[in-house]
Design a protein around this ligand. Structure first.
Ligand code: ADP
Ligand code: MG
Ligand code: ZN
Length: 559
């Protein structure tokens, strides 16, 4: 507490910080999952300064980005903390000062380094070895630990090699921190770092001060003027970020907003030189520039408290990214807006890019990787085109967190606009769909999701007749049920593993996904039992029955 107040000038701990600090000081491995802006840094910076009694030695912090590192070093030095850093870009003289500090009798409390330096520098390795032999390694900290997992969005080859830490320096506690809550990624982190039996701390992901909204993307002609009107009206002279999906896009949007619409903008993307990027970022941090128009390259470790809005000019590639990117708004706890412009055309555009290997990655993705990227994109599409379910429930559900819709407190467009909605029990429809899928399998039909919806609703199309779906016993059982409601019901069945998909690749090399009843639930009685137990087949429908204009072909999406 003394260090918290005197050194960090903070009053109290946030959730899980004290737990993480105590666990690492007791010598445990610790895994910390906290949303962006949750305060992960303090979990290792503070214990690094507790060097009395049992714990002593240096805390080694491994961080993926130079910019991230220098920010933190600068901040800590400002607080009077004895900290040194290694990075690829440090000139020889700084590195040799760092080296001699590490060898001296008055050692710094914290060393920041990149995984590259650990891997490639003989001197760094021999210094670490010496520290280990003299029991002066307090702990290893792996920040942004999701970079270790190829399932993560920011996979880094050199992070992989951190699996050697446990082997090379046995007995040194490890702390891994991330904001990525995907189960596969977490498992990867823990196994790769060898942290079996670690203390695992997870913080709630809900960000109550963020208002989520998805609006149909206007036509190119009026898009930027509509966007700027929204900004001028809701956030005049306030800080914001606009995420675009390509570098060109960023530059062009920034220019047009500046020149035609009187907004103070700059852009940021991976194609810029380091000084250019730093210039743009610091002008924005200072408030000289209000809005930064960026690709996803912008953001990891950005610490600006008063970002009042984050706009997605194009839908993000996955919900993980969406959560991280919107999470940069409102870190000060005051209200902030997250606005996504959505059109199905953008989904198609991103799909083409996935097929062309154009998404910024160094190694061309494998086939499975592409399929995975598409599935993640479709998840965003479902999120964006869904006009009924609470957006918070949806995003938090994606991270495996059950969230009570009432707690959204009108914090998303769907909650605001669905106040006049009615609830319908869709159990019967769900059972009919299951039986339809079963009967299709019995007749050896490979049925796509969209065929299933059409058959259920008894669409009188040529395709239905040609494929023979109109002869299935439950064809048309859902006549009169809204298209979107049908889609959501099928989605629920898929999402809860009552229905499942399987792939078939045809002679031309195209892979299509078809649906079947999940093997576990082949007996209809079990399905019905599941449905009645879970009781989640309540569907909301707006009384006016109108969609907000998302009806731009999303239903035709390939699954
Ligand atoms: P993360 O790494 O989880 O994204 P940071 O460690 O960068 O988050 O912290 C985000 C912000 O929260 C920083 O401005 C930090 O000073 C602030 N912060 C962290 N812990 C506390 C605390 N206990 N009380 C108040 N502010 C805090
Ligand atoms: Mg951080
Ligand atoms: Zn909501």
């Amino acid at each position: 507490m003394r260090i918290l107040r005197n050194t960090f000038k903070l009053k109290s701990f946030r959730s899980n910080q004290l737990e993480a600090i105590n666990a690492t000081l007791s010598g445990h491995d610790v895994f910390v999952l906290m949303p962006t802006g949750g305060g992960k840094s303090l979990c290792y910076q503070l214990p690094a300064l507790c060097t009395s009694g049992m714990t002593r030695g240096i805390t080694i912090v491994i961080s993926p980005l130079k910019a991230l590192m220098s920010d933190q070093v600068f901040h800590l030095q400002g607080l009077g903390v004895d900290v040194v850093s290694y990075s690829g870009d440090n000139d020889m003289s700084t590195n040799s000062t760092t080296n001699s500090r590490l060898r001296s009798s008055t050692k710094p409390a914290i060393l920041y380094t990149t995984p590259e330096k650990l891997k490639h520098s003989q001197i760094a390795q021999s210094i670490l070895r010496q520290l280990w032999e003299t029991k002066q390694l307090a702990r290893f900290v792996v920040d942004e630990a999701h970079c270790i997992s190829s399932w993560g969005r920011q996979f880094r080859q050199t992070y992989q090699d951190l699996d050697q830490l446990r082997v090379d320096y046995p007995g040194v506690p490890i702390m891994a921190l991330t904001a990525t809550a995907k189960k596969v990624v977490i498992n990867d982190i823990i196994t790769k770092l060898g942290m079996t039996g670690c203390v695992s701390l997870t913080s709630p992901f809900n960000r109550p001060n963020l208002q989520y909204r998805v609006v149909p993307k206007p036509s190119a002609k009026t898009f930027l003027s509509e966007m700027s009107t929204w900004i001028h009206r809701n956030h005049p002279n306030e800080s914001g970020v606009i995420y675009c999906f390509s570098r060109n896009n960023c530059e062009q949007v920034a220019r047009e907003l500046r020149e035609k619409h009187g907004l103070k903008t700059d852009f940021y993307h991976a194609g810029m030189s380091v000084p250019e990027k730093e210039g743009a970022q610091s002008a924005w941090q200072r408030g000289d520039v209000h809005i930064i128009v960026a690709t996803v390259a912008f953001g990891m470790g950005i610490d600006k408290a008063n970002v009042r809005f984050v706009i997605h000019h194009t839908l993000p590639k996955d919900l993980d990214g969406y959560y991280q990117e919107t999470g940069r708004a409102g870190r000060d706890g005051k209200p902030a807006d997250c606005l996504m412009y959505y059109t199905f055309a953008d989904v198609k555009k991103l799909e083409k890019l996935i097929d062309k290997d154009d998404l910024e990655s160094s190694v061309p993705p494998s086939r499975e990787e592409k399929a995975r990227q598409k599935e993640q994109l479709h998840e965003v599409m479902r999120y964006a085109s869904n006009i009924t379910d609470c957006r918070r429930c949806y995003v938090l559900g994606y991270f495996g967190e059950k969230f009570d819709r009432r707690q959204c407190r009108n914090g998303c467009d769907n909650c605001v606009e669905n106040q006049g909605s009615i609830e319908e029990d869709m159990t019967e429809a769900a059972i009919n769909i299951i039986q339809l899928v079963q009967s299709a399998r019995k007749s050896n039909f490979d049925m796509t999701e969209s065929d299933c919806r059409d058959a259920f609703r008894g669409a009188e199309t040529k395709a239905m007749r040609n494929k023979g779906y109109d002869r299935l016993p439950l064809y048309g059982a859902g006549k009169g049920i809204d298209r979107a409601v049908t889609e959501r019901t099928v989605q629920h069945l898929l999402g809860n593993s009552i229905l499942d998909t399987y792939d078939i690749t045809n002679g031309a090399g195209w892979t299509n996904a078809y649906i079947k009843v999940c093997a576990l639930h082949e007996s209809l009685r079990i399905c019905v039992f599941m449905l009645s137990c879970l009781g989640w087949f309540i569907s909301r429908r707006r009384i006016d029955g109108e969609s907000k204009g998302h009806d731009d072909g999303a239903q035709e999406a390939p699954f």
